[in-house]
Every structure is written in C-alpha cells, then in structure tokens.
Design a protein around this ligand. Structure first.
Ligand code: HEM
Length: 126
C-alpha cells in the first residue's frame, strides 16, 4: 500500500502537469501546429488526468477521508466538474474564438482555485 505522503506528492505533480498541458493546448489553439494532432500528444492529457484522479481517490482511501464530511473536498469536486466543462468549451465545443478564450481563462482561474483550496483546505481560500 503506497503511503499518504507519496500519493500526495504524485497527485500534486500530476496537478501541475495537467495545468501546464491545458495551458499549452489553449495557447496552441491559435497556432495549430501539425504535431498537436499526433496521437501521443492527444492521449497524454488523458493519461495525466486519469493518474491525477486515481491518486485523488487513493488519497481518500488511504487517508480515510470522506468528502461528504469535508467541505474543502466537496469544493474541489464541484470545481473539478466546472473545470472539465469549461475545458471542453475552450478546446472543443466553443463556437467562436471569444467564447473559447473566455472559457479558457475561466478554466485557468478555476484550476488555480482548486490548487488554492488544496493548499489552504478552505472552501474560500483568498
Ligand atoms: C484538477 C483537479 C485537482 C487539482 C489541480 C488538485 C491539486 C492538488 C494539489 C496541488 C495538492 C497538494 C497541496 C499541497 O501542496 O499540500 C492536492 C492535495 C490533495 N488533493 Fe487535490 N487536486 C485536484 C483534484 C482533487 C480531487 C478530485 C480530490 C478528491 C476529492 C483531491 C484530493 C486531494 C487530497 C486529499 C489532497 C491532500 C491534502 C493534504 O493532505 O494536504 N484532489 N491537490
């Protein structure tokens, strides 16, 4: 059984990777280089996100944390859903550049909020 601290470092590492990869894909929306369509480049974000969430679930199990009783974990879960929806609008579903860029910056703010919640363990960390 991996220990809590190890899982936490892995989870945090994948969290920073996911923010970086999302930001990079957002910025590349305008340039659209050919390598962006390469299979490994398209799959990598899904691998990172799956590992991020797998570590999150493992942290809950190993740390015996029940999100139903812990408000800052509930805030993270809700914000994660918001981040995913905004992310798909930004990178896929947004019909105009204005909508896409708006969703992109809102998604970045949302993920920064998630990191701030993780660090402070407060629903409103600011
Ligand atoms: C995009 C999604 C997420 C991001 C960016 C993220 C980010 C982070 C970061 C950066 C940390 C380390 C905080 C520190 O330095 O102490 C952390 C810790 C943690 N996260 Fe997440 N997280 C995400 C999703 C989740 C989800 C969905 C859960 C579970 C419901 C979760 C549960 C935890 C737990 C239990 C810790 C350890 C808290 C501690 O013991 O200090 N995270 N997260």
């Amino acid at each position: 059984m991996p220990d809590y601290l190890m899982l936490k470092h892995a989870h945090a590492g994948f969290a920073y990777l996911t923010v970086l990869s999302f930001a990079a894909r957002g910025v590349m929306m305008t340039a659209k280089p050919a390598w962006l369509a390469a299979k490994p480049v398209r799959i990598a974000p899904h691998v990172i996100d799956t590992l991020l969430l797998a570590c999150a679930v493992a942290l809950l199990v190993v740390g015996q944390l029940n999100p139903l009783h812990i408000p800052w974990l509930q805030a993270k879960i809700v914000a994660l859903v918001v981040y995913i929806v905004l992310g798909t609008v930004a990178l896929k579903r947004g019909k105009t550049p204005a909508v896409r860029w708006g969703a992109f910056f809102a998604a970045l703010l949302t993920v920064l909020y998630i990191v701030a919640v993780a660090k402070t363990k407060m629903v409103w960390p600011f």
